[in-house]
Write a protein that binds this ligand. Sequence first.
Ligand code: ZN
Ligand code: ZN
Length: 258
Amino acid sequence: MRIQLLPSTFDAQGVATLEQRLTCFLIDDCVAVDAGSIAIALTNEQRSKVKDIIVTHPHMDHIASLPIFIDDLYPTLKQPMRVHATEEVIGLLERDVFNWNVYPRFSELKNSYGPVMEYVPIPIGKQFPVAHLMVVAVPVNHIVPTVGLVVSDGRKSVAFSSDTAETEEFWKIVNEMKDLDALLIEASFPDRMSKLAEVSRHFTPASLDQELKKLTHNGLDIMTVHLKPSYRDEIIEQLKALNIPKLSVMEPGRVYEW
Ligand SMILES: [Zn+2]
Ligand SMILES: [Zn+2]
């Protein structure tokens, strides 16, 4: 399974920068998990392949360019873009984003081939297919309805925490997996901002360290993501000091393979 954390910003030469401002993971060039930077960081080839987008929650950093992505593809879509999300999140996207004010309600619009966007409600705690992948979604602990995911291609499995503070159900499905190859988990704030992390339901390196004690798998890659750009260096220092084997910071733009 190939996974790329799409870049959010580029320098004056067009080279991807390491700061992560938006969240969008691209799996095997065709399935997106969240859509923060989906309209700004895909190659033309990737753009033509993505047909499924899983939205974990409706925060702006996770959906910022989703409307623009569908807008860009509007005339060329021969099948609707499938947006997979819980009923709750679909309701929020329809109410707050695709509401005719912020952007058109694409789920009601057609091009010359037919509908351009279709919602696919995802079940909780039960496997469902997305393209060639099988996915399980469970609620995590964030300030809006949010799911964490475990994604398998039949050979490899990767877990995505999405945005969360300490949580239980996610670890239950993660630990139940026979094999797990990688865990992509958030570390948003430095330790000195633990109060803000607590109220906004995010991890700091210290709270992540505690949380990882719930993980029963050994030897898998632990990739930290969602480091707030303003505190990136400080968070990295603190993550390193944890001395957790195979824990690293996921680099935007780089393709990881498991
Ligand atoms: Zn969030
Ligand atoms: Zn976020």
